[in-house]
Design a protein around this ligand. Structure first.
Ligand code: OOG
Ligand code: NI
Length: 434
């Protein structure tokens, strides 16, 4: 019985991630299969590689680790999302513009809510990739459609007043008492369940003709978790095991290739969006059943965080094709090489015998190209886009204004972690930091 206890933000975050996972498993049974296979893969990797398997996070952290993806329509909605995640110690980090990421593009801009302190990440690293529609982008929406979209979005309520009041209290007080924590978790989880009310068919289909993502966001009166992604230690093995179970995966693993050198950034793959039954209201008022393919099952493997220099190399390499040959030309084959060339982030810890041990920092963020690929590979409708129109300017400052909070830069966060470790290692050894 936890009613009497006070829940700190990280405890709310861990409990929310669990509740969301249980809910999503009920809604999308293939997700449960994905979790089972992920557990098996991780257990095998730990058995085979021992301590080395935990270099980028303890097995407890990795087993509990998830990222979610949600999509909202307006600045007012993303501000409310920020209050709910703020209660759980999750802050907006990074800016992603998916409108012109390579050939695949979707009419959204995004950030990720996640813990930013090292200790908080170690307790529970739950993160949520959060996208917001850009109805004013003329490449996708006419002035008339923009007006109707904004009217529809402005009239809906995604998060009720009780949930938001509890979120604000948690943030102000640094947590919630037992009963309030239970109510907060229940309401927050319910806010991301798939809506059951009938969908206006004509409106949904009109938006879908422009972009399936626009329809998923602006065609329905509620929001929902789009996917919930577990982390695996061997994504190639996972891919093979899922296919062996008869689950069709997208064509490729996105991100860096499998090669003999250090894993960097993020590799992701997913099973195709499944047809889920939804209720529609037709133009003549009839209620009919149909199916929508929107939600999918993604899985990821995480590697070492790259510096700006390392990231620039990554971006250049991806253009040439993420093959082992390209990787061997682009990246050093060892962690020491990444350090020497200033490509990766590492911390420095003083060990019991007074030596200094170097540890890689795991990448906690996302890759817009891979994100757009995941979006796109799961869409059945191509959508239509008028490339002759100019896109609306959006950047990190604009996003910070929309969210109404400081937007953290991922590179700054990693660099601060390195600096803090150097200071404490130097302090322990009684020497000045470099
Ligand atoms: C988000 C896609 C981005 C990832 O892992 O890169 C993402 C979405 O489909 O809403 O989740
Ligand atoms: Ni994802």
């Amino acid at each position: 019985d936890t009613r009497g206890t006070f829940w700190e933000p990280w405890q709310l975050r861990a409990a929310f991630a669990r509740a969301l996972s249980d809910m999503y498993g009920r809604e999308v049974p293939a997700y449960t299969t994905l979790l089972e296979v992920s557990h098996d893969v991780n257990a095998d990797v730990v058995r085979a590689r021992g301590a080395d398997a935990e270099r980028l996070g303890s097995i407890d952290r990795v087993t509990a680790e998830r990222h979610g993806a949600i999509r909202v329509g307006t600045p007012a909605e993303i501000q409310q999302v920020a209050r709910i995640f703020g209660a759980m110690g999750m802050h907006p980090v990074g800016f992603y513009d998916l409108r012109d990421a390579s050939s695949s593009s979707v009419p959204v801009i995004s950030t990720a809510f996640r813990p930013i302190d090292r200790a908080e990440l170690a307790r529970n690293p739950f993160r949520v990739f959060t996208s917001m529609l850009v109805p004013s982008d003329r490449r996708f929406f006419s002035a008339d459609l923009q007006r109707r979209l904004e009217r529809f979005l402005g009239a809906r309520t995604l998060f009720g007043p009780e949930l938001l009041a509890l979120a604000d209290r948690a943030e102000a007080d640094g947590g919630l008492a037992g009963d309030d924590a239970a109510a907060f978790l229940r309401l927050a989880t319910a806010a991301f369940e798939l809506g059951r009310e009938p969908v206006d068919q004509a409106w949904y289909r009109e938006l879908e003709a422009v972009s399936a993502v626009a329809a998923d966001i602006g065609g329905v009166p509620t929001t929902h978790i789009n996917h919930l992604t577990p982390r695996v230690l061997d994504i190639d093995d996972l891919y093979a095991r899922m296919e062996a179970r008869g689950i069709t995966m997208i064509d490729a693993i996105q991100g860096p290739p499998l090669w003999e050198g250090p894993d960097v950034l993020l590799r992701q793959t997913s099973f195709r969006a499944l047809a889920e039954p939804r209720t529609f209201r037709t133009p003549d008022g009839q209620i009919v059943q149909d199916a929508l393919r929107v939600r999918f099952g993604e899985v990821e493997a995480r590697g070492i965080a790259l510096t700006r220099e390392g990231r620039a190399r990554y971006d250049a390499a991806v253009v040439q094709g993420a093959t082992p040959e390209v990787w061997r030309r682009t990246f050093p084959a060892t962690e020491a090489g990444l350090v020497e060339q200033g490509l990766g982030y590492f911390t420095y810890e003083t060990t019991d015998d007074g030596a200094v041990a170097r540890e890689p920092i795991v990448y906690e963020d996302f890759l817009p190209r891979s994100a757009a690929g995941i979006f796109q590979s799961n869409l059945t409708e191509e959508g239509s886009k008028d490339a002759s129109q100019a896109g609306e300017e959006r950047d990190a400052d604009w996003m910070a204004g929309a969210v109404g909070r400081e937007l953290f830069d991922p590179f700054d966060l990693y660099a601060a972690q390195v600096a803090a470790s150097l200071t404490s290692a130097a302090h322990l050894r009684g020497v000045a930091p470099e």
